[in-house]
Design a protein around this ligand. Structure first.
Ligand code: ACM
Length: 543
């Protein structure tokens, strides 16, 4: 019986013929030299899920033995620049003669492999042989709509172990996303080693305890230390794991605000407060003082992280920086006079400019949250718009490229339904249907200046990988389609109709996704009691 083909994201063009190809009838994976590592990765994945062991040979005719039927990975045509939609385009033909996966750039081959993995039975995504290597006969011609299709993991509010980060990179790959942003620092923890600043990890990477329940409706503290950080070797492993799959890691070091963990480690970089690493969630007034010492610290951290991750972007954070500390700071006042800054927002702009200058010299591009617009930012900085769509137009008008990541549609720490059974969330309402109906390019904007789109997994109320999985899936799969597939293709075949079949893949991969009908009883967790906090009235919801 022919299986129904339910890919997510939907390729731009797909035609299917009757029948299937049994990959075990092929002689080898025949790959151009530059594609050897991807070919071995594919061979390894096929072996794990189906038991089929295909060796990798050169692409020259005759290498593959007997009847020369192969799974061919080949580069053809003029090489596009890195990090363009053309670089991720591919053609995939599955016929009785073999598999032909062709692209002009290795990134396109990586995307085509993700599609091929979805064409196999769902059970082929397991870690040990559980399915036959059968692929339906198809012809796919595909290219993403947007250049940057990302997911942000907040490993700061709750540390996520390295193996989970690797898993999420793999899941991003399977959904043809190409960016994983790591939110590495926040008030509640500093999560990576900077060898010249040992106190960041000795002191800044753990907190004594965590608030129970919603931070605005605290039910006490749990009395349990929480912490963790990635060593330089961990970061290198994450970097090379992502590089093999043509996924860009964008490390975020969030400064000059959200700095409580930094200031717990190095209080001299602040205004004299002596606060611990933060045990609760929100926006806090302690920020870096605009001193040379604080700036030197920040540049050291950006250098360290920019050297480990070789991708073109570093995220400088910049969101939710209260101005209160600087308003009464003699250091800030002196800086404002010296630099002729109009108001304290100029102090943040002073930091932003210095971060940009430094990272540009390192050959990096900077991206920051949309608050960097408030005091002004160099136009070469890209802006991640999260607060409201109005900032997309504001950022474009100021000459920035924009990453569209609005809280209204792609904050996956928001509630998935109105149901009583949902685990505790920060607030919001983002059911999967709302994600499916979203278009990342607001009407009337020049799409060529839209860098892309990104979903966020803030982790205040996602304490464990299981909680992150529940929040991420299946919304992240739907998001991937929104970012990849052209609107007319999406309209012709709703992603919601393909979702049920896709859940079988998530299940095979062991992902604790949210069933479409609602949480399973043991998925109702979170931190503390599940008493909702009503953001509008700023009060607990009556029980
Ligand atoms: C943000 O949600 N504060 C970027």
């Amino acid at each position: 019986m022919q299986r129904r083909i339910s890919l997510i994201p939907q390729p731009q063009q797909l035609t299917a013929a009757d029948g299937e190809l049994d990959l075990s009838t092929l002689g080898a994976i025949a790959a151009d030299p530059e594609l050897r590592s991807l070919a071995w990765l594919l061979s390894d994945l096929l072996a794990r899920g189906t038991g089929l062991r295909l060796t990798v040979t050169g692409s020259a005719a005759g290498d593959a033995g007997a009847d020369n039927r192969v799974l061919r990975l080949a580069l053809e045509g003029e090489r596009p620049e890195d990090f363009t939609t053309a670089a991720e385009a591919y053609r995939l033909d599955v016929t009785h003669e073999g598999v032909d996966l062709v692209a002009a750039h290795p990134a396109g081959i990586a995307r085509g492999i993700a599609t091929l993995r979805q064409l196999l039975p769902a059970d082929a995504l397991r870690e040990a042989p559980a399915a036959a290597p059968l692929v339906p006969l198809v012809s796919v011609a595909d290219e993403p709509r947007l250049r940057w299709r990302g997911v942000m993991l907040d490993v700061a509010r709750h540390f996520q172990p390295k193996d989970f980060v690797l898993k999420m990179i793999d899941r991003a790959w399977l959904h043809r996303l190409n960016v994983v942003q790591l939110h590495l620092t926040d008030d509640q923890g500093w999560r990576f080693e900077v060898p010249t600043r040992p106190k960041l990890t000795e002191i800044g990477s753990w907190r004594a305890e965590t608030v129970v329940g919603h931070a605005r409706d605290a039910q006490g503290y749990d009395g349990t230390p929480h912490g963790g950080h990635y060593s330089v070797s961990d970061l290198r492993e994450i970097a090379s794991y992502a590089r093999e799959r043509h996924i860009m890691i964008v490390p975020e070091v969030n400064l000059p605000g959200h700095a409580r963990a930094v200031l717990a480690a190095y209080p001299e970089l602040g205004a004299g407060q002596n606060e611990p690493v933060c045990p609760t969630f929100g926006v806090f007034e302690e920020v870096l003082e605009p001193t040379q010492a604080a700036l030197d610290f920040a540049l050291e951290a950006y250098t360290a992280i920019g050297e480990v991750f070789d991708g073109p972007f570093v995220h400088i954070g910049g969101d939710e920086v209260p101005m209160t500390q600087w308003e009464s700071s003699p250091v800030a006042k002196a800086l404002m006079e010296q630099e002729g800054l109009e108001d304290v927002h100029g102090v943040q702009a002073w930091f932003t400019r210095a971060f940009c200058d430094h990272l540009t010299k390192m050959g990096k591009r900077v991206i920051g949250w949309d608050e960097i617009l408030d005091g002004g930012a160099p136009p070469e900085a890209a802006v991640a718009v999260w607060r409201a769509e109005a900032y997309v137009k504001k950022a474009l008008a100021a000459g920035h490229e924009v990453l569209v990541s609005p809280q209204t549609h792609v904050y996956f720490d928001y509630y998935e339904s109105d149901g009583e059974d949902e685990p505790l969330r920060i607030h919001g309402h983002t059911p999967v249907e709302k994600v499916a109906a979203w278009d990342p390019a607001p009407p009337g904007v020049d799409e060529s200046r839209i860098l892309g789109a990104q979903c966020q997994l803030w982790s205040e109320y996602l304490p464990t990988p299981r909680d992150v999985e529940y929040a991420a899936f299946p919304r992240m799969a739907v998001f991937a389609e929104v970012a990849w597939t052209n609107p007319e293709v999406r309209q012709a075949d709703s992603v919601l109709d393909r979702l049920e079949a896709h859940l079988d893949r998530l299940h095979a991969m062991g992902i604790g996704y949210r069933p479409l009908e609602g949480p399973r009883p043991w998925q109702r967790g979170g931190t503390g009691r599940r008493r909702r906090f009503d953001w509008e009235s700023q009060a607990p919801v009556a029980e």
